[in-house]
Design a protein around this ligand. Structure first.
Ligand code: GLU
Length: 459
């Protein structure tokens, strides 16, 4: 027994030094890509017990292979603005891993987009997509184009130029993009129109997040936000809590945030705060979601305008202050690294019970440690926000079958998928000696599916 224990310790030490050395190689080989390093570090740290237990993964160089994208495409996007001036942006598509299915992942249009952002998102997408239980590989893309303040025609011309290059690399069985920050139904419509024109065929399954009238799936818009709340609800129940009667803070006011708020309210919670890139709103009475939906989805206005209609609410400049509002449940649904160590400590002091990541990598590694070290229930993005891409895969299935399912049918499937992701993540956390740690559990459960497929398919 003692000998066995010693052998286990040696394996663990070896796995640890292997992972540390490899992480250093990733840093050296991808200089200045800090977000990518962060995403890799989190996964690598989670995998130590798996590597210690199954040295085949080391022998087959799975980690060395998984951190290197199959290909990274970078391209020029020239387009003309409304004054006739020619503008140039940079476009990206990273096709990270297709061991279990065609590359799948969104497109982000935001000035912050660069190789590091696209690679961190694409890397996380590998494991998230595997967790959904559907056959989709990992990819991501986007551009540093800023949609803010652009006219409809400018958006259309930009999307057409973007797709003129991207179309060479995608297809319903190759790579299937969708939306992300700055890319919603309008952009997907323009992208699809251009793809159709260039390919000369109606290949509905080449993009997901399409309009309902031309191959989109019901519940896709709601899926990421709803899915996050379904996942957090399971996590809360396991500890004897519920959304009912809880106060909730949800950062952001985009697609993920709005539908996380909607589902939390439906489950009996009071959502007291949300935000946009300028500042945050606090409404002690509970955020009026109809007002936020109209301001954001219809009128394209700022959160600050909410106080014109609800004078009891308070608006404050700056985004990070939202985490100083006392709440039972915090759902960061805006963007990467929006919650740092200080914000996490502040939430902890104010008695937060659970945190669920609706955005991709919204918590820094240090913030996650604060929650895990202090028994705050923590739902990591790869698991908690997998609802969006899950329904994208259901959209692909409907397109292939030339069917359109009802809202109830898609929503029911989404709930089942989120439940399974929760169970699998918990099971993996228990199996590998970190019971209840969903960060470790989700990373391991996603990794094993991809790694085993990679081994089966050879080098
Ligand atoms: N951008 C979303 C995500 O981060 C959805 C991707 C998709 O539907 O393909 O998972």
């Amino acid at each position: 027994m003692l000998v066995l224990k010693e052998a286990e310790q040696t394996n663990k030490r070896e796995a640890e030094s292997y992972v540390n050395e490899l992480f250093q190689t990733v840093v050296n080989r991808n200089p200045h890509e800090y977000e990518f390093h962060q995403a890799v570090k989190e996964v690598f740290n989670s995998l130590i017990p798996v590597l210690a237990n199954k040295p085949e993964y080391i022998k087959h160089a799975i980690l060395e292979r998984i951190v290197e994208p199959d290909r990274m495409i970078s391209f020029r996007i020239p387009w003309q603005d409304d004054t006739g001036r020619i503008r140039v942006n940079r476009g990206f598509r990273v096709q990270f891993n297709n061991a279990i299915g065609p590359y799948k992942g969104g497109l982000r249009f935001h000035p912050s987009v660069n190789a590091s952002i696209v690679k961190f998102l694409g890397f996380e997408q590998i494991f998230k997509n595997a967790l959904t239980g559907q056959s989709i590989g990992g990819g991501k893309g986007g551009s540093d184009f800023d949609p803010k303040g652009k006219s409809d025609f400018e958006i259309m011309r930009f999307c057409q130029s973007f797709m003129t290059e991207l179309c060479k690399h995608i297809g319903p069985n190759t790579d299937v993009p969708a939306g992300d920050i700055g890319v919603g139904a309008r952009e997907i419509g323009y992208l699809f129109g251009q793809y159709k024109k260039l390919s000369g065929a109606y290949e509905a399954g080449v993009l997901t997040g399409k309009g309902i009238g031309y191959g989109g799936s019901l519940a896709r818009t709601e899926a990421t936000g709803y899915g996050t709340v379904y996942f957090v609800d399971q996590m809360l129940k396991s500890a004897g809590y519920t959304f009912h009667g809880s106060t909730v803070v949800v950062s952001g006011s985009g697609n993920v945030s709005i539908y996380a708020m909607e589902k939390a309210i439906q489950l009996g919670a009071k959502v007291i705060a949300c935000s946009d890139s300028s500042g945050y709103l606090y409404d002690e009475q509970g955020i009026n979601l109809a007002t936020i939906k109209r301001l954001k989805e219809v009128e394209n206005r700022r959160c600050s305008d909410y106080t014109l209609e609800h004078p009891g609410a308070v608006y404050a400049e700056g985004c990070s202050g939202i985490w100083s509002i006392p709440c039972d449940i915090a759902l960061p649904c805006a963007t990467q690294n929006e919650m740092d160590k200080e914000a996490a400590e502040c939430l902890l002091r104010n008695g937060v019970r659970a945190v669920g990541e609706g955005a991709n990598m919204p918590c820094t590694l240090e913030a996650i440690d604060v929650f895990l070290d202090n028994q705050v229930l923590f739902a990591p993005a790869k698991a908690a926000n997998a609802g969006g891409v899950s329904v994208s895969a259901l959209e692909m299935a409907q397109n292939s079958a030339r069917q359109a399912w009802t809202m109830e049918e898609v929503d029911a499937r989404l709930q089942v998928i989120m439940g399974k992701i929760y169970e699998e993540s918990i099971r993996a956390s228990e199996l590998y000696g970190r019971p209840g740690n969903l960060v470790v559990g989700a990373n391991i459960a996603g990794f094993i599916k991809v790694a085993d497929a990679m081994i089966a398919q050879g080098i």
